[in-house]
Ligand binder design. Structure first.
Ligand code: GAR
Length: 188
């Protein structure tokens, strides 16, 4: 059975693109019913439009609270019978409204070997610490910042502390690891 998913993103959306391309190749039996973004000008919006995937773009400051904007999202996801929420560079903490509506059904990807370097700019944090190996983690989302049970990890070597090269290696690993992990989850 094709799994109905929503992808949440705040930025470029390269992970969204990798997931959608895997779906179109037939490597992942899923359908992206909705892309949700808190950044209406983010590149992910254009990427979604190119695939004719509906987008819900919102500005948090236009709502009274996190509960208010998350209630609207839950209602959209229910209408589309979404089963899983896939966070792909969504840079906001998920609140109780979404967590309670989708228990153990929200997944995140993070560009470090968690629990090292949670939060923003994980790649920069790793380079600042001078680590020789960093990586990628896919995990279930709970109320914390990049916490929650780990599903998969992959290591990435840091070459000469070079940010661009490390970032591009990490993104390449992310695109493969996310699709592979989602496939395993959805086939369970
Ligand atoms: C990815 O590297 C993802 O791991 C990271 O944001 C980037 C989004 O890239 N997520 C986090 O840092 C979550 N704390 P993309 O927009 O090109 O997919």
């Amino acid at each position: 059975m094709t799994t109905k998913i929503a992808v949440f993103a705040s930025g470029s959306g390269s992970n969204f693109q990798a997931i959608q391309e895997a779906i179109l190749r037939g490597d992942l039996d899923a359908k992206v019913e909705l892309v949700v973004t808190d950044k209406p000008n983010a590149l992910v919006v254009t990427r979604a439009e190119n695939f004719d995937i509906p987008v819900h773009a919102f500005l948090a400051k236009n709502y009274e609270s996190k509960t208010a904007y998350e209630e609207e999202i839950v209602s959209l996801l229910r209408d589309k019978e979404v089963e899983w929420i896939v966070l792909a560079g969504y840079m906001r903490l998920i609140g109780d409204t979404l967590l309670l509506a989708f228990p153990n059904r929200i997944i995140n990807i993070h560009p470090s070997l968690l629990p090292s370097f949670p939060g923003k700019d994980a790649i920069g944090q790793a380079l600042d610490h001078g680590v020789k190996v960093t990586g990628v983690t896919v995990h279930f989302v709970d109320e914390g910042m990049d916490t929650g049970p780990i599903l998969a990890q992959a290591a990435v070597e840091v070459i000469n502390g070079n940010r661009e090269e490390t970032a591009s290696r990490i993104h390449a690993v992310e695109h493969e690891l996310y699709t592979k992990t989602l496939k395993q989850l959805f086939e369970q």
